[in-house]
Every structure is written in structure tokens, then in C-alpha cells.
Design a protein around this ligand. Structure first.
Ligand SMILES: Nc1ncnc2c1ncn2[C@@H]1O[C@H](COP(=O)(O)OP(=O)(O)OP(=O)(O)O)[C@@H](O)[C@H]1O
Ligand SMILES: [Mg+2]
Length: 393
């Protein structure tokens, strides 16, 4: 087990700068997920940690030890790829055992016939088989050991790839979108398995995905990356409730966070659509800002209170019934794109298209961003809000 520390990692491919000085401390035993849109540099960063790619500048430390000049196999980390990279002509057992065979047996001992008569070979094979069995048991694939990869499901292949990484007892697991080949249902199952595996092994996991649901559900902390820079590194709930930038706010959460244009008044309060909201920020009077509200933080037709914002009047322009929740799209007069409200299907009764409605939210749930998309701190220190705990109405 080991911590992983990145200091000012820079990387360019030809003239294109891909990583712009990435610094990140990952604690021993932590599950950190690196998330961000396609092409933002996630795989490149992971490959740099693994030693599969050389960075131009900066340091990589694994367990406090600089590893910049060590080859991949000397870094004691295991990488699991999206494609699993299993050997098709080997059995599951052979695939899992491969790193041990390569490490513990010389070229002669590996030969099927000559190896058998060389001293010590049998004993080594036995200990490798025992370790392979132990890992297979943890992953629940003991019954598959004699099969070949082609005879496995996607989820089973993924577990074999994990098993091959596990037999080495690495200091850290690096996983690059290991679930992206699975269908949606299997992925939900597999991500619970990986989170459980992390708890049992207690080893550092660095997990790359562009799927924000994966990032939010499995990790101790999430690092949001865009354009080769880390925008925010924080526990999932903090990323969701207090995004550091508007880009982070938009990237995390489905449906996307609602954004409304607003400006700051001379008393610091935010004015939206001609109404003053009980939301104050430290910014100059007249500053153009954007207020952002999660779909579940908006309520239909709630009464106005001191904590609630003045009602926004609009009309229903779309209703998406998703079973466990309903998404109501509301066009607000003169305020651009419709807002999306997440509601409990049982609570809305007979809502119809074109119906006039009002929307409110609680002031605590509003994030405010400046014109550059940076989060503006709220002037009156309020308790950080947990949207999941907010009651509607
Ligand atoms: N060997 C290479 N040569 C040139 N450019 C590269 C190379 N590898 C990656 N890139 C570029 O670097 C950028 C980052 O790539 P990277 O694979 O790290 O992205 P990613 O965040 O993993 O994306 P995805 O989610 O699609 O896997 C991309 O623009 C990519 O085209
Ligand atoms: Mg990638």
C-alpha cells in the first residue's frame, strides 16, 4: 500500500500541451476517481503514474519514493485497462497467474516439458496455483478457471483482468475505464463490486472514467479534470453541492444543473428576473453573475418564505416520466432555456403541458458563479447545504 503524489506534471504531445501542471496527493488506501470529458488527459495522467508514458516536467512519487525514472514494472502498481488485454489462448487461471510466472520462474522453468524436470519448478507452480485460487475466490470466479476469455461474459472478463492485477499485490491499482465495455445494467453491478473490492483490499485505487455516476458512487474523493487541468478535488457530495466552477457544476449531475443569468445589487444581493433573491455574494454592484440550481432543489408551487426565493413564473413545456422520478421542464418568461425540476411522481398529481406554474428554491441551495465561471462565496456564512437532505415544498 502506498500514497501517490503528483507534483506539477506537464506533458505535451508534439506542440500540443495536454497536461498543464497537475498536482494531486492521493492518500494511502484512498479511492480517488479522475473524471472529465473525453480527451481531457485522464488516460495520459494515469499512464504517467504507471510509467507507460514519460512526462516532460514534474514528479511522480509512490509511497514517498520518486519513481520518475523507474520502468513500469519497478513501480509496483497494477494497471487495468478498458480492453482488459487478456491472452485469448490462455485459460483464466493462466491469465491470472501470468505476472507471478513471469516474476518467479526463469525462461527454462517456463518451458512446458523441460521445465517439469528442472528442480524447484513443481513447488513454484504449486504456490502460484494456490495464490491464483485465492484471488479467484475473492472475485467469485473459481468455477471459471479452466475457461478461455472468449467463453466469458464482459463482467467475468473484467474480473479476470482485476485478478491478474491483484496477484501481484501492488501498492496501487490504476484503472482506466475498466467498465466501459459492459452494458448499463452490468456496470451498476460491477461498480458496486469494485467499491467492495477496494474496501476489502484497503489498497490505493486510482480510477479513471468519464462516467460521472461511477465517479460519484465509488470514490472517497473525485478529481474533476478538464483541458489538462484539475478544476476541483473533493469528496463526491462536496463536488455536487459546492462545485468550484460552473463547468464542474454542469459536468456533474443529470439532468444538468439549471443556470440563470443574474446580477449583483449594491447591497450584495442577487437579482434574478427583476426579483431580489435572499442570496448575497461578495462582488461589486452590477456584476453579471450566473446562479445555478440543481433540478431537485427546485420546487413547484411552494409557498414563499424567508429562506425561499421569490417565485419564478413560467409554464410547463415538457414532462418526462421516468418511473421513480418525473422531470418537469418549465419555460420561465424571458429567462432563456427552460428549467428542469426533478419531482416525486406521487406529488405532482395532474400536471399538464402549458400549465402555468411557479418555481422556488431555498437560498442555501443556490450556487453563484462570476462571468468566468468561478464560484462566488456567499456573503453570509451559511451551513453547506446537502441537497439530498432538502425537503420539497
Ligand atoms: N500518443 C499520443 N500522441 C499524440 N496525442 C496524444 C497521444 N495520446 C493522447 N493524445 C492526445 O492527448 C489528449 C488527451 O488524451 P487522453 O487519452 O489522456 O484523454 P482521456 O481524458 O483519457 O479521454 P477519453 O475519455 O476519451 O479516454 C487527447 O487530445 C489525445 O488526442
Ligand atoms: Mg482515456
Amino acid at each position: 500500500m502506498a500514497s501517490v503524489r503528483l507534483r506539477e506534471i506537464r506533458k505535451a504531445f508534439r506542440d500540443t500541451q495536454i497536461l498543464h501542471g497537475v498536482s494531486l496527493d492521493i492518500a494511502d488506501g484512498e479511492f480517488l476517481t479522475l473524471v472529465g470529458p473525453s480527451g481531457c488527459g485522464k488516460s495520459t495522467l494515469l499512464r504517467i503514474i504507471a510509467g507507460l508514458e514519460q512526462h516532460d516536467d514534474g514528479d511522480v512519487l509512490i509511497g514517498e519514493r520518486p519513481v520518475d525514472h523507474l520502468p513500469p514494472k519497478a513501480r509496483d502498481v497494477a494497471m487495468v485497462f478498458q480492453s482488459y488485454a487478456l491472452y485469448p489462448y490462455m485459460t483464466v487461471a493462466e491469465n491470472i497467474a501470468l505476472p507471478l510466472v513471469m516474476r518467479r520462474m526463469n525462461t527454462w522453468q517456463r518451458l512446458p516439458f523441460i521445465g517439469r524436470i528442472l528442480p524447484g519448478t513443481a513447488e513454484r507452480r504449486r504456490s502460484i496455483a494456490a495464490e491464483t485460487d485465492a484471488v479467484a475466490r475473492i472475485l467469485g470466479i473459481s468455477q471459471l478457471l479452466e475457461r478461455r476469455p472468449a467463453q466469458l461474459s464482459g463482467g467475468q472478463r473484467q474480473r479476470v483482468a482485476l485478478g491478474r492485477a491483484m496477484v501481484r499485490h501492488p501498492q496501487a491499482f490504476l484503472m482506466d475505464e475498466p467498465l466501459s465495455n459492459l452494458d448499463a445494467k452490468l456496470r451498476v453491478h460491477a461498480r458496486a463490486e469494485i467499491a467492495d473490492l477496494h474496501r476489502r483490499l484497503g489498497v490505493t485505487f486510482i480510477y479513471v472514467t468519464h462516467d460521472q455516476a461511477e465517479a460519484m458512487t465509488m470514490s472517497d474523493r473525485v478529481a474533476v479534470m478538464m483541458g489538462g487541468r484539475l478544476l476541483q478535488v473533493a469528496p463526491p457530495q462536496e463536488i455536487y453541492d459546492q462545485p468550484a466552477t460552473l463547468d464542474v457544476a454542469r459536468f456533474v449531475g443529470t439532468p444538468e444543473i439549471n443556470v440563470l443569468p443574474a446580477h449583483v445589487r449594491s447591497d450584495g444581493a442577487v437579482e434574478v428576473g427583476g426579483r431580489v433573491w435572499p442570496v448575497e455574494v461578495s462582488a461589486e454592484a452590477g456584476t453579471e453573475v450566473q446562479v445555478a440550481i440543481r433540478p431537485e432543489a427546485l420546487a413547484l408551487g411552494a409557498a414563499e418564505t424567508r429562506e425561499r426565493t421569490p417565485p419564478l413564473a413560467g409554464s410547463v413545456c415538457n414532462i418526462e416520466r421516468l418511473g421513480s422520478e418525473t422531470l418537469v421542464h418549465v419555460a420561465i418568461d424571458g429567462l432563456g432555456a427552460p428549467l428542469i425540476v426533478r419531482v416525486d411522481p406521487a406529488s405532482i398529481g395532474s400536471l399538464s403541458l402549458q400549465q402555468a406554474v411557479v418555481l422556488t428554491t431555498v437560498a442555501r441551495a443556490v450556487s453563484v458563479f462570476d462571468a468566468q465561471g468561478r464560484r462566488l462565496e456567499r456573503r453570509r456564512a451559511s451551513q453547506p447545504v446537502r441537497l439530498a437532505e432538502l425537503a420539497h415544498g
